[in-house]
Design a protein around this ligand. Structure first.
Ligand code: HEM
Length: 192
């Protein structure tokens, strides 16, 4: 049973990609196709961030190790969906016109934090392998704490880009804050 856990999570994680590909191929994106792809990929990036952050608390809660076995894979899906999201914006929305993209990054704070989050995902993706884990030793753990910063930047990006409807972004913000709160090592803080 455990044997099928990781492959099943992999297959499930590709479903959002299959859904958006289907919508693109069969012209089912609605009246604002670029917006639809941006929103879909952006939201799934945030969902995968939440799932990645939830694995350690689930391990503690259930005393089962298999949750952390899929954490790395879920983290790679964060990068995958974030890159699709960025590519939609850079390639489809702006057709690779670098000057207006650059202007957006420096002038719009929600683009700035989104872009910063994506940049921070690069070192995590490059060092995600077992080999890099062994090579970087203690520094690997420190480096991979960047996922907390990425999670905060990602949820801020969503709050700042939503001009009127705050409900959904705030839900993610609360979930992420709660998941980060669970990671605080109170024993270490209070024993000092
Ligand atoms: C970890 C990185 C990121 C996360 C978690 C993220 C998440 C999101 C989310 C949740 C949305 C809104 C989806 C909805 O309305 O349902 C969104 C929209 C958007 N994101 Fe991102 N994003 C990230 C990175 C980026 C980057 C790098 C860019 C571009 C440089 C970007 C540009 C946009 C734009 C243009 C929108 C649509 C804004 C609008 O509605 O007008 N995002 N993103």
């Amino acid at each position: 049973m455990i044997k099928y856990f990781k492959p099943s999570i992999f297959v499930l994680s590709t479903i959002p990609f299959l859904i958006i590909s289907y919508k693109i191929i069969f012209n089912k994106l609605g009246p604002e196709p670029v917006k639809e792809i941006t929103h879909f990929t952006g939201e799934w990036t945030l969902i995968f961030i939440c799932l990645t952050l939830a694995m350690s608390p689930l391990k503690k809660l259930t005393n089962l190790n298999f949750w952390v076995r899929v954490r790395r894979m879920l983290g790679l899906f964060v990068f995958f969906y974030a890159s699709l999201h960025l590519l939609t914006y850079v390639g489809i929305d702006y057709r690779f016109s670098w000057q207006p993209i650059f202007d957006d990054v420096v002038k719009k704070k929600y683009i700035f934090v989104g872009f910063a989050a994506w940049l921070l995902l690069i070192p995590l993706t490059l060092t995600s392998s077992q080999k890099m884990m062994l090579l970087l030793k203690q520094n690997w753990k420190k480096l991979h704490r960047l996922i907390y910063v990425i999670a905060i930047l990602g949820s801020l990006h969503f709050v700042w880009l939503s001009k009127t409807i705050y409900f959904k972004p705030l839900i993610y913000f609360v979930i992420i804050t709660f998941l980060l709160f669970l990671r605080i090592n109170f024993k270490r803080i209070f024993n000092k």
